[in-house]
Design a protein around this ligand. Structure first.
Ligand code: HAM
Length: 428
């Protein structure tokens, strides 16, 4: 018989890992609630055409795409944004703006598996649709910052740029859209020389090349200082100037909103997805050199899907990578702790009583397991110790006649006989 393993890039989550993942998920839900983002649940399978429209070559080439039995071209979602845009362009088209929408779930990309890179992974996704104002962009930065703080991560830092800087220059230089996209993809992979070569081939002016060479070097963590330098560098390109000012405004607002994390502005920063039109960002911790989250502004996607013009900005956080970062930083998450109790009946005729008491205790919000292996008390206690239980309730015939049981504190090893009604009070 073959020994089955998970498919390459796919993972199982055993109870403890699953619990940590769900606790992180719960934090993302809490952030959604605190910022007023309503949850939407969209399908894992969507039409290939929708998902590939503006995904960019990198994501597009890594989609789990296939034909369903009805001969439809479909794929597993490689992100949430396309599904959200579809919804806003269709079922939600007549609803009043803005929309604040939240999703959390699994995402699929045929990436090369390695630390922090899987083929099935989890994202929490936030989209704010209907506003083109900088306070909307600032909100997305703030909630990302708030989430990482809530999770207890330290020293996270934002890398921020603005698609409009380069796009502004290129459109003034009449560079073809498709060449622009190629250049952006190369920049995303930090292949600046290749990017510049591609621009050169597009017959842009000498001045443009000079500006670009300088621009890709411009970065720093003093927001005002860098944005001033960028503006100076691109001053002959009107749209690029507007983009830089927009970026500065967003960053100032985010700071005023209490987003205190380090921020590095990089003029040559690009992201792989093609739909971005404005501010773009990623967030990192020093302990891990892969992004924990990324997002930006995309003002034309909803229109592209046939909806009314709807400016939008959003972010997705990679929950698997957040879990890795927590591990690296050894930051445990404190959830609401539920005390764990095991109930051990001494003898088969007490099984019913064990089940009855277990149910009573669960009603007072305790996590209760009944000994179902028929083990002797010593063995059952040993097992409860190994599994880090807090209490054992031992049901013996003699005590039960008096309406009592034995409660053993597994941490302090204290043991008392008490009435069944007193159990809840004593355990809490
Ligand atoms: P993204 O940068 O492609 O953006 O993905 C967001 C996050 O998902 C990444 O920063 C990373 O943490 C996580 N991630 C991506 N690929 C993998 C992988 N193979 N394994 C584990 N984690 C991964 C988006 O998906 C956009 N939809 C974000 C957005 C929303 N932009 C606007 N609205």
């Amino acid at each position: 018989m073959t020994e089955f393993k998970t498919v390459r890039g796919m993972r199982d989550f055993l109870p403890q890992e699953a619990q940590t993942l769900r606790t992180v998920e719960a934090r993302t839900r809490k952030v959604a609630e605190l910022y007023g983002y309503g949850e939407i649940i969209t399908p894992v399978v969507e039409s290939y055409e929708l998902l590939s429209a503006k995904a960019g070559d990198e994501v597009r080439s890594r989609m789990f795409a296939f034909k369903d039995l009805g001969d439809r071209d479909v794929a597993l979602r490689p992100e949430f944004t396309a599904s959200v845009a579809r919804l806003v362009a269709t079922s939600m088209r007549n609803e009043p703006r803005p929309f604040r929408l939240f999703s959390v779930g699994t995402i699929y990309r045929y990436d090369e598996p390695q630390k922090g890179r899987y083929r099935e992974f989890w994202q929490s996704n936030f989209e704010l649709l209907g506003s083109n104002r900088p306070e909307a962009d600032a909100e997305i930065l703030m909630l990302t910052n708030g989430l990482l703080e809530k999770i207890g991560l330290k020293n996270h830092a934002f890398k921020i740029g603005h698609v409009g800087v380069l796009r502004g220059i290129f459109s003034q230089e009449n560079v073809d859209e498709s060449i622009q996209s190629t250049v952006m993809q190369l920049m995303d992979k930090k292949q600046y020389d290749d990017a510049l070569e591609t621009v050169q081939k597009a017959r842009v002016s000498e001045r443009c090349l000079k500006v670009l060479r300088r621009l890709v070097e411009l970065k720093g963590d003093k927001i005002l200082d860098v944005t001033d330098k960028i503006e100076e560098c691109i001053k002959d390109y009107e749209m690029a100037v507007a983009a830089t000012r927009n970026l500065r405004e967003i960053l100032k607002l985010a700071r005023q909103g209490g987003c205190n994390a380090a921020m590095t502005v990089e003029a040559g920063f690009e992201r792989g997805l093609e739909y971005y039109t404005g501010m773009i960002f990623e967030v990192y911790v020093p302990d891990l050199n892969i992004a924990l989250g990324g997002g930006g502004r995309y003002d034309r996607l909803i229109e592209l899907f046939g909806g009314a013009p709807t400016p939008a900005v959003g972010v997705a956080h990679g929950l698997d990578r957040i879990l890795l970062a927590m591990k690296e930083q050894k930051s445990g998450l404190k959830g609401e702790e539920t005390k764990k109790v095991v109930i051990i009946p001494i003898g088969d005729e007490l099984r019913g009583e064990a089940l009855r008491i277990s149910q009573k205790l669960r009603e007072s919000n305790l996590s209760v397991e009944v000994e179902v292996m028929g083990r002797k008390m010593a063995k059952a206690l040993e097992d409860a110790d190994r599994r880090n239980f807090d209490y054992a309730v031992i049901i013996g015939e003699k005590e039960l006649k008096e309406g009592a049981v034995v409660l053993r504190n597994l941490k302090s090893r204290e043991q008392n006989t008490l009435k069944i009604e007193e159990l809840k009070k004593r355990i809490k």
